[in-house]
Design a protein around this ligand. Sequence first.
Ligand SMILES: [Cu+2]
Length: 348
Amino acid sequence: MDNMFPTISTHRTKAIILIVMISFSFFALSDSLENKSVASKAVISNTNQTSTATKTNQTNPNTKEFTLVAKETMLDISPSKKIKAWTYNGTIPGPTLRVTEGDKVIVHFINELDLPHTIHFHGGHNGTMDGVFEIVPPNKTFTYEFTAAPSGALMYHCHVMPVVEHVRMGLYGAFIVDPKTPLPPAKEFVIVFGDYDTKDIHTSDPESAFYNGYENIYYDNPLPVYTNETVRVYMINLSQLPAYGYHIHGTLFKTWISGIWMNDPVHTQTYATSSGDAAIFEMEWPWEGKYVFHQHGIPEDRGAMGFFNVTQPVPGLIDGKDIAISKPVSMIDWQENLTKVLQNATID
Ligand SMILES: [Cu+2]
């Protein structure tokens, strides 16, 4: 743990460069997207666009618009494992897409890979937007459009067969739908559980298991929270493993089963999700300390282990920025930047 802070600071420069590059890509794509009619949904068309951008529609606050580009990406999933992945926008997992229940969601999918792919969203939508039968060939695009529902921790992933291969290669991410009524304030984290094997992409016994695309990512870079701060975890299981329990130390936690807000929470010490399922957890600690979380059993020894670093609030913390007291704090951008830095991705 002692070298944690130097590690982060040496990566900070890389992170800033990456953010600048992504910003340029964002603006470069904006023009081309402005010209794309929203009404042109469900069409497969030719494209030469290249971008890692996601964007929100600025003209209508109830429309959330994103672009996901499937591309071949060399990236690290541990200090010793560099893999040739398939990604949405250059990382495993792809970007977290976050909307509010009832929003119109528009997702422009650009397939820059050599094989057909799709995006299948969990949650409600009609069959033409399901990302199963509307196969998107190489160098083609597809626009998904639907109304976000229900609220909860949902997900997206490629659904071309063999699905295990397409997901495990990296084509997956979190899709968070917030309720229309704002949630109570909390410090929020997204944890997407995945796995990989460098020798057999179809194995049921993968050598790597990880949160947000990198082995032991939050053991080496613990999640920072404060005593008595409400912590909310959106846990998304896109591994190909059997259901192992997610266990958190030093506390019981409230669990919204399947990650669906309309469910009543139950109190749990450990909660197992299967592949393709999710859960929302809420907890807090009155004591300072390091509180481990992990997939209890085999995956914890293959990289699915991290911890919350709980410290006393210090003077000068800003409510809603540093600490969640009366306002929420999302750590999702911080998490995504950390994954980008650690994966050190290069795109062909
Ligand atoms: Cu695919």
